[in-house]
Ligand binder design. Structure first.
Ligand SMILES: Nc1ncnc2c1ncn2[C@@H]1O[C@H](COP(=O)(O)OP(=O)(O)OP(=O)(O)O)[C@@H](O)[C@H]1O
Length: 299
């Protein structure tokens, strides 16, 4: 488990990360969401031991991360703008990373290059942005580390590639308990992959939740109420948001599915249906309660 406590990083008078604490459970996907400049990269770079915090600590299974040779080969950081040596080819990068990561899987590297359609001997500087991203993911996955830090990794990948990368992650999570940590400014990117999402805003964590918990305790109901009733009469329900279109109400409520169903039944509506909420809708509701307009923060 990676544990960050009170992490703070300043660049002159800019506080990039401001007393952030987080725990990253092994074998789960941790998503970090936030606008440009929110501090995601700085936070990830401290988590992965690249950057030294000004305050606070990062530990992995109780050991300090920064400048600790013993834990270095447990992390791979896929940067937003991955560095490749001048004139290098994927093969050169493979050789380079296998010196850093003794457990690097060369056989899989060749296999993945083939399935992504990347040539092993072509110069990386002639690759498109998306191809470079693909190569960085292949290097990261083949380094066989316990933790894979992905800084905006999915941006710049086309939908097919994005899906391919997600399935590689899912495979490695079940086969070898990989823990991906993914930063993105796009909540939709994280929707179907993360188990836990932290929302970073101006260097601080606004919200940090397990998606399952969030999804279990918030629901959307579409209903037509019996004559003479309006949504205002549903007093026993913890309504967060109500939209009205003619007689049809779409109501976001707190509570488990069973609780919501029980309450709806008690009002004898003409019709009701519980429909799933997207991650974006959940975040909008959660942050509105905290007094923020998330649309200004991440959408
Ligand atoms: N090396 C640096 N020197 C000075 N300021 C920096 C440096 N790195 C980051 N910052 C500042 O710290 C703040 C957080 O930057 P960071 O790159 O962590 O944000 P981010 O959430 O990853 O943004 P983006 O989505 O645009 O990549 C920004 O105000 C940025 O200007």
């Amino acid at each position: 488990m990676i544990k960050a406590e009170n992490l703070t990083k300043k660049f002159d008078d800019i506080v990039a990360v401001d007393h952030v604490s987080a725990q990253i459970r092994d074998g789960s996907v941790f998503g970090l969401i936030g606008t440009n400049g929110a501090g995601k990269s700085t936070f990830l770079r401290m988590l992965s031991g690249i950057l030294k915090p000004d305050e606070g600590t990062v530990t992995i299974d109780g050991e300090q991360i920064f400048e600790n040779e013993k834990v270095k080969d447990r992390f791979f950081y896929i940067s937003d703008d991955q560095y490749y040596f001048n004139n290098s080819s994927p093969l050169d990068m493979m050789e380079f990373y296998s010196r850093i990561y003794p457990q690097f899987n060369k056989e899989r590297f060749h296999k993945l290059l083939g399935s992504f359609g990347l040539e092993a001997r072509r110069k990386v500087h002639t690759f498109s942005k998306g191809m470079k991203k693909q190569l960085s993911v292949i290097c990261g996955v083949c380094a066989n580390t316990d933790y894979l830090f992905c800084d905006e990794t999915f941006d710049g990948l086309d939908p097919v590639m994005r899906q391919a990368v997600k399935s590689i992650f899912a495979n490695d999570m079940s086969e070898r308990n990989l823990t991906p940590i993914i930063a993105s400014h796009n909540l939709r990117e994280l929707e179907d992959i993360c188990d836990h999402v932290g929302l970073l805003h101006r260097g601080g964590i606004l919200l940090s939740r397990d998606l399952d918990d969030m999804k279990l305790n918030i629901h959307k109901v579409q209903c037509v109420l019996k004559d003479g009733m309006t949504a205002e009469d549903l007093t026993a329900m913890q309504r967060i948001k109500t939209e009205t279109r003619g007689k049809l109400y779409t109501i976001t409520v707190r509570g488990t599915r069973e609780e919501v169903e029980g309450l709806m039944e008690s009002y004898h509506p003409v019709f009701y249906e519980i429909i799933p909420l997207s991650l974006e809708e959940i975040f909008i509701s959660e942050t509105e309660v905290a007094g923020y307009d998330i649309k200004k923060l991440i959408l």
